[in-house]
Design a protein around this ligand. Structure first.
Ligand code: NDP
Length: 327
């Protein structure tokens, strides 16, 4: 089977030369192990951090190792009594057509929900949205919530959860097509195109009552524009800073508003809060099954397409959750 390894650490933007496609033999299973054929691989922004040697929230991964990543697939051989051949499982088997697990990081999947959703709205990105909304921002009915990267895996769920709480929800996204989707399909009250060149004025027009809660996925100009609209005691859930992935630092120009408006900022890493996952995934699964949470996917075809799709994700070429379909 084939796998993709980290061939070289990126200097600046990620390039195809940072990856290498390899063919490896299917290993014999030891006692307790499970062999999984992956159907989908998840591509996520945190992988950029793993590729670097520099300190990030995600620890760095070794050169020549399989690129890390979440997967969903089917058990094809098992020497573990908890997993039977044919069962569908989620795992962290990486950029690889197959993977061996000792069962510890596997979870069985509810087959009533589309398999790929467990990598998006009912997976880690959905949980990031759930945690930020429920455990940090807790926006009340009628409050205004702003979320950046609004059409993406996390942002799309953030906005829909906030709408379900009765909030006015304003997205920020790149380009008119993404903005139209966020309003027309996801039901946000408004969405501002940060690429149009009038972000501050457009966000001001979309938030007539100011902003009470910010779910930040991007940083830079998006965060500054949202900060400029904050009401007193507004809360900020700092989930991601994707605008700064290739830079050393990402300054906050409106930092004085943290004081003037008495804002609270909380950064979080969703995998540090596993105690909330059973409840959160249960709720998200029900909302997806009931079509109260909608999502969209960008699907690359075949493992060899993964590097280019990942580079595209870091440039906003994805539209919704970025996946690689393996079979
Ligand atoms: P998305 O599906 O939202 O895809 C990434 C999107 O980011 C792109 O489509 C693009 O959207 C936007 N983007 C990329 N570069 C820039 C840029 N320079 N300026 C502005 N926008 C940019 O990804 P996810 O939903 O998976 O992740 C969203 C954020 O959440 C990331 O920052 C990620 O690191 C973070 N995250 C954090 C977690 C945590 O535990 N803290 C867990 C999961 C995700 P557009 O075209 O609209 O610009």
């Amino acid at each position: 089977y084939q796998r993709v390894v980290l061939a070289a650490r990126p200097r600046g933007p990620v390039a195809p030369e940072n990856f290498r496609l390899e063919t490896v033999a299917v290993p014999a299973l030891a006692d307790g192990q499970v062999l999984v054929r992956n159907h989908y691989l998840s591509l996520d922004p945190y992988m950029r951090g793993r590729m670097s040697a520099a300190k990030s929230y995600a620890s760095s991964q070794a050169l020549d190792d399989t690129m890390i990543g979440g997967t969903v697939g089917q058990v094809v051989a098992s020497r573990n009594q908890d997993y039977q051949v044919g069962e569908f499982v989620g795992g962290m088997l990486g950029w690889s057509e197959m993977g061996v697990s000792d069962g510890e990081l596997l979870r069985k999947l509810d087959t009533r929900i589309p398999l790929s959703a467990f990598l998006g709205a009912v997976g880690m990105p959905g949980m990031a949205a759930w945690y930020g909304i429920n455990q940090i921002l807790a926006p009340a009915d009628g409050e205004t919530v702003v979320v950046s990267a609004a059409s993406g895996a996390v942002g799309s769920v953030v906005g829909q959860l906030a709408r379900l709480r009765g909030c006015r929800v304003v997205g920020i996204a790149g380009g008119p097509e993404k903005c139209a989707y966020v309003v027309d399909q996801l039901g946000f009250d408004a969405c501002v195109d940060y690429k149009a060149g009038t972000l501050e004025a457009d966000l001001a027009a979309a938030t007539p009552d100011g902003v009470d809660a910010i779910f930040e996925n991007v940083g830079g100009a998006c965060l500054d524009a949202a900060l400029a609209r904050t009401n007193a005691y507004a809360r900020i859930a700092l989930c991601g800073l994707i605008a700064g992935f290739n830079a050393k630092e990402l300054p906050i120009n409106n930092a004085r508003l943290l004081l003037i408006n008495r804002l609270s900022v909380r950064g979080f890493i969703v995998t540090e809060h596993m105690e909330f996952w059973p409840q959160g995934l249960q709720e998200l699964g029900e909302l997806v099954a009931g079509h109260q949470i909608k999502y969209r996917e960008s699907v690359a075809d075949g493992l060899a397409a993964a590097p280019e799709a990942f580079i595209g994700l870091l440039q906003g070429r994805n539209f919704g959750k970025q996946l690689v379909k393996l079979i």
